[in-house]
Design a protein around this ligand. Structure first.
Ligand code: ZN
Length: 157
């Protein structure tokens, strides 16, 4: 970042605050001429493509994740805030990965991991749709795993 007055590249941030549109406003002081100037920083969000089973691609859409999670959590003791938090976490994870593409499987695993810690029934609902359990056997195996993973304080509810 060059000073707009003297061209010096040495400067320090003296103040930093977020603005309403999500950009960060930074007040900088030039180490050369000591004059101050302001910069605005914005995180670049490159689009992420979701690769479907048949290899078709579509742009990642957090709304789809949200509706899937909402469906799984229907009539369960999970608050909207918790759902929103999970959606945000998945969205961040998707945008922070190295590639600009992600498979539907990978997203499904993220959702399942999140739901597992929120609500077991919601998790099983989502997993059963998502994994399309071939038979009762594989479904029961999954259930056994969930029961085995239950944390002690949830026992006896
Ligand atoms: Zn300067």
């Amino acid at each position: 970042m060059k000073c707009i007055y003297c061209g010096c590249t040495d400067n320090r941030v003296v103040d930093s605050r977020p603005t309403d549109d999500g950009t960060i406003r930074r007040r900088r002081e030039c180490e050369g001429c000591k004059r101050r100037f302001t910069t605005y920083e914005k995180v670049e969000m490159l689009p992420v493509l979701v690769v479907k089973k048949d290899n078709r691609r579509e742009q990642f859409d957090a709304a789809k994740i949200r509706s899937g999670i909402l469906r799984a959590c229907e009539k369960r003791p999970v608050s909207l805030a918790e759902i929103e938090q999970l959606v945000n976490k998945i969205e961040t994870d998707v945008y922070q990965q190295v590639d600009q593409e992600i498979t539907t499987e990978a997203i499904g695993v993220m959702v399942m991991d999140g739901l597992r810690s929120l609500d077991e029934v919601a998790y099983v609902r989502f997993a059963s749709v998502y994994r399309q359990f071939k038979d009762v056997e594989s479904f029961m195996e999954e259930l056994q795993q969930i029961l085995a993973m239950r944390s002690p304080q949830q026992e006896g509810k």
